[in-house]
Design a protein around this ligand. Sequence first.
Ligand code: FE2
Ligand code: FE2
Length: 411
Amino acid sequence: MPKRLLFVDDEALVLNGLRRALHGMRQEWDMHFVDSGAAALQALDQEAYDAIITDMRMPVMDGAQLLEEVRQRHPNIIRIVLSGQSSREAVFRSITGAHQFLLKPCDPQELVARLGQAFAMRDLLSNQTLKSVISRMPSIPSLPTLYHELTAVLRLEDPSLAQIERIISKDVGMAAKILQLANSAFIGTRGRVSSLLQAVSLIGTESVRTLVLSVHVFSQCDGDSEVAAYLPALWDHSVAVASLAQRIASSQRCPKAVVEESFTGGLLHDIGKVVFLAEMSGKYRDILGADPASIPAMELERLGCTHAQVGAYLISIWGLPVSLVHAVAFHHFPSQTAETQFSSLTAVHAADAIASSNDPSALNRDVALDGPYLDRIGLREREPLWLGFHEEHLVAKAQREPGERKVPGGP
Ligand SMILES: [Fe+2]
Ligand SMILES: [Fe+2]
């Protein structure tokens, strides 16, 4: 079925340009064009749409106001700003309303790629409520200790990018949000960004400071919430998987971009669990009480989708690179892909399976190595080497934090 798209711009010339540029998509996209925010809201009330693409500067109701209204009234719609303004202030104003920000003139291929990726991930989710929940979420809760650490650094007179990146690379929520912003055209990037250091450098210290301290782009996890009890263990696991995935990719002598993407993929791989914990805690707690190995199957049975699909959908509508979305979507069962060689997905999957095998929290012990996949890409014999990396990591961690965690094979 074609996807229904609504384009909003007060300039007829712009709408005509979009109509012409996207003419080749008319089989897959049912495109409608309106010239104001009011007309857009009226159209959305009358018929169901899959995505809205709006100009920013319009009389009466601007793009930021329109998208905030759409977020409240029609949360399942994918919301994109297509703006002639490169002013960061304008973008900051629409930060909770918009999923992605693109600059005019619109590159039709870029729009087709971004929406195609988001639609493909959304079609995997059969739970309608979850689609709305994910699409409405402006951020993923951050660990309060890391949030405070970051705000303290940002209040320093001259914080370094490395200091900022070091904190963000320990927090799943901050990492995802910073990548969403770095992958927006307003930052001036060509190509997509998977590396956290590159993301922080592109945005710049001053903008990160404004985004965190004034716009409050990150949200702190409420200490009394259901998710707070699970967050530290989930964050520990995410950082362990990120570090191991990075080491595995390095040992394969991959290009630097794949090594960095393996780290980021490892950090974000279980982000869907945070969505379940934050938004459906009662139902999800029941699932977590079962045998850890059956968690993905039970998610599918009881919630209509797995945390891998939920996470992949969230980061796809936020405009993160397709290879990262792919690594998150298939991190439990990479043999479901057609891959025949090492990628960031291989690193994330192997790291997850190895790191989770002796994780103290049952929440994280939900994955096993996908043997047929490793056979297919010809890397089964690397398993002992990768296990060795993890054991070295545990030994180093036990020395840093005595009594924290048992070392495999140890007393
Ligand atoms: Fe997982
Ligand atoms: Fe995991």
